[in-house]
Design a protein around this ligand. Structure first.
Ligand code: ACO
Length: 336
């Protein structure tokens, strides 16, 4: 049977460390507020001067993952690039990454599913692999949030949360009769909640797509109804965790480690409490990186592998909820 396995992972964070104290110099906030409400201690942003896009961060993460797998760029059948902060309005960052890898005709697919970009990406990779459309897929999640944040007090509820970063995963087809690789996926979206977390402009339904009035109003900055998103996450994450387990025919106890999207430490703690899980079973690293959106789950996976929290035979659940609103979970077992 064809199974979709993760061969190796890699992560890359830009070097500019931004602490909560740094943020409190630019806006009315405090280390105490940020820590208490979100768990975040620090995050990494690209240089203030800009000039670094998600395809650049993605390239660094991809080089590490490919090096660990022993792949050269020519081995890749498909690039899947998940981001909400593409280098350009178009073309997609997957095309830009392909170019940076020296590829001239390899297909590249962008996924615009925000915090669930990795879940949608991995599920898409699984579908390509199981239907024999591809054998080796480079799946990247990357974000450059920092250039799109309002770092004044007006934007503080959103600006303190987000970090830049990238992670890449080399995904490959394996012929096996064992229960390993991607075991089950559950993906959802509810567009009626789209306005609870969005960046309005540039908007193709407006002519022009962006103008000075929109810039003055800050329509190019993300806006979020944090409380509503929080409530949906706390309800949907346990629900989708149970759904994906049911699809795989496995009990909750079969999962060795839950690797949730890193949106807010309190969301993940509430998830653990609802499912009566010890906190040690839920991986968190938002403290170090903030919310890196499409990069957050693979970044956490890369760390969890490095720390020996997961390895051959481990069963993990990736899950998350974010803008869209989209939510989902993927159950995965490492080959032995
Ligand atoms: N520093 C200091 N005070 C602040 C800040 C800040 N950075 N931000 C907001 N405040 C103030 C507010 O103005 C408010 O003041 P008031 O009581 O005088 O009106 C007070 O703090 C409380 O604000 P709330 O918004 O009620 O704070 P809350 O406890 O809800 O925390 C947060 C806000 C952290 C944003 C939380 O709602 C949250 O994490 N929501 C979910 C985010 C999420 O999961 N997003 C999805 C993923 S992201 C993606 O998909 C792209």
């Amino acid at each position: 049977m064809k199974k979709t396995v993760i061969k190796a992972t890699g992560r890359y964070l830009p070097p500019r460390l931004v602490t909560n104290q740094d943020l409190s110099q630019w806006m009315d906030t405090s280390d105490e507020w940020i820590l208490q409400r979100t768990g975040i201690e620090k995050r990494y942003w690209i240089p203030e001067s800009g000039g670094v896009g998600v395809s650049d961060l993605g390239l660094e993460a991809s080089k590490i993952a490919m090096d660990r797998t022993g792949w050269s760029p020519q081995d890749i059948d498909l690039i899947i690039f998940a981001t909400l902060s593409p280098d350009l309005f178009f073309p997609g960052s997957g095309c830009l990454l392909a170019d940076k890898l020296g590829l001239k005709s390899t297909p590249a697919l962008d996924i615009r599913q925000q915090c669930t970009g990795f879940l949608y990406g991995l599920t898409t990779a699984d579908a390509y692999i199981r239907s024999s459309l591809a054998k080796r897929i480079l799946l990247v999640g990357a974000e450059v949030h920092s250039t799109g944040l309002d770092v004044s007090t007006k934007g503080r509820d959103v600006a303190v949360i987000f970090g830049d970063g990238a992670a890449a995963v080399c995904v490959e087809r394996m012929e096996t009769n064992t229960d390993s690789g991607v075991l089950a996926s559950a993906l959802h979206a509810d567009g009626s909640l789209s306005e609870s977390l969005m960046t309005y402009a540039p908007a193709s339904r407006d002519n022009p797509r962006i103008d000075e009035a929109m810039l003055r109003e800050g329509k190019h900055y993300p806006t979020m109804d944090g409380k509503s998103i929080f409530k949906h996450a706390v309800r949907r994450l346990p629900e989708v965790a149970r759904e994906v387990l049911e699809k795989a025919g496995l009990p909750l106890s079969a999962v060795d480690l839950f690797i949730p999207h890193q949106a807010n430490l309190r969301i993940n703690q509430a998830f653990a409490k609802t499912l009566d899980l010890p906190e040690s079973k839920v991986y968190n690293n938002i403290q170090q990186y903030g919310n890196t959106t499409a990069a957050s789950i693979p970044l956490a996976l890369d760390e969890a592998i490095e720390k020996g929290r997961v390895g051959p035979g481990s069963t993990v659940m990736f899950l998350g909820l974010g803008a869209g609103v989209t939510w989902g979970a993927v159950l995965y077992r490492f080959a032995t």
